[in-house]
Design a protein around this ligand. Structure first.
Ligand code: CP
Ligand code: NVA
Length: 330
């Protein structure tokens, strides 16, 4: 049956079937080819989208803007301080207003409830550009990158190190379950994903030939993996006061050369970015001064090494976001 997701919201991969995700990945590949060939693809000329960011961003914002412009769309960016949303106007009222003016809304912020409320009231597609709970557009870029590098998705062994209950841990578990990838979260027990989501993902994984495993053991987690993935230890919106506890919990889970050596010899290293792999950032420097660590979730050696695909992964954000915009708006 032909896949059609016109008019749909893109709030979490839980709402999409493996066939629909497959369709978005294939569409992303087509758009990547068009971009590389320099072939114009202004298929959505005359439409307009608005990007609402309540948290900072480099990749997601730039990807939505460039993808939108490549498709011929008009694009408005609203930064965390420059709209009435939430302060003088409710989320629902904002959605009604934007729905009168635009053809699609991207939202990055805190609670998933906000993006759901926008979607319930806007009458136009709403795309989740990251919430505290999930980061679904990142998932498409990650799946595309894995497929490009490994030649397949089904049956791959994927291990996520770090805060496994944050937006990345949750989304990666969902994405792997949908695509039949064997998913392992390697983390201290305190940072395991919520049991209800684990149960949901176990059911989805079973339908698609995948498995879900949680372990505190680094050797067990890394051994035989095709993909090692990590994320920053403290996410946007979390208070600075959690750093010390998070460092204590996650320091043993750093992806370094020793951990990479446990994985398959042709394993790849992935990270959604931004990353604290050196002290060339304000926060990286502050943490080094305060806690005496110069590399956090990944060693600089692994981040910059031959197995790392992080920058191609970041580049794939644009092609995959373009696919989501096109598929829901054309
Ligand atoms: N990976 C990601 O979402 O990056 P930004 O925060 O820069 O958008
Ligand atoms: N977990 C990170 C992901 C950034 C893309 C955060 O929410 O800050």
């Amino acid at each position: 049956m032909a896949i059609n997701i016109r008019g749909r919201n893109f709030l979490t991969l839980l709402d999409f079937s493996p066939a629909e995700i497959r369709y978005l990945l294939d569409l992303s590949k087509n758009f990547k080819d068009l971009k590389r060939a320099g072939t114009p693809h202004r298929y959505l000329e005359g439409k307009n989208i608005v990007l609402l960011f309540e948290k900072t961003s480099t990749r997601t914002r730039c990807s939505f803007e460039v993808a939108g412009m490549d498709l011929g769309l008009g694009v408005t960016y609203l930064d965390p301080g420059s709209s009435q949303m939430g302060k003088k106007e409710s989320i629902a009222d904002t959605a009604h207003v934007l729905g009168q003016i635009y053809d699609g809304i991207e939202y990055r912020g805190f609670s998933q409830k906000v993006v759901e409320t926008l979607a319930e009231n806007a009458g136009i597609p709403v795309w989740n550009g990251l919430t505290d709970e999930v980061h679904p557009t990142q998932m498409l870029a990650d799946l595309l990158t894995m497929e490009e590098k490994k030649g397949r998705l089904k049956g791959l062994h994927f291990t996520y190190f770090g805060d496994a209950r944050n937006n990345m841990g949750n989304s990666l578990m969902i994405a792997c379950a949908k695509m039949g990838i064997h998913f392992t979260a390697c983390a201290p027990r305190e940072l395991f994903p919520a049991p209800a989501l684990v149960e949901t993902c176990k059911k989805i994984a079973a339908e698609n030939g995948g498995t879900i495993r949680l372990t505190e053991d680094i050797t067990e987690g890394a051994s035989g993996a095709d993909v090692l993935y990590t994320d920053i230890w403290v996410s946007m919106g979390e208070p600075d006061s959690v750093w010390s506890e998070r460092i204590r919990l996650l320091k043993p889970y750093q992806v370094n050369a020793k951990v990479m050596a446990l994985a398959k010899s042709d394993a790849i290293f992935m990270h959604c970015l931004p990353s604290f792999h050196d002290t060339n950032t304000t926060i990286g420097k502050e943490i080094a001064d305060k806690f005496g660590i110069t590399e956090m979730e990944v060693s600089d050696e692994v981040f910059s090494g031959p197995q790392s695909v992080v920058f191609e992964e970041a580049g794939n954000r644009m092609h995959t976001i373009k696919a989501v915009i096109y598929a829901t708006l054309h």
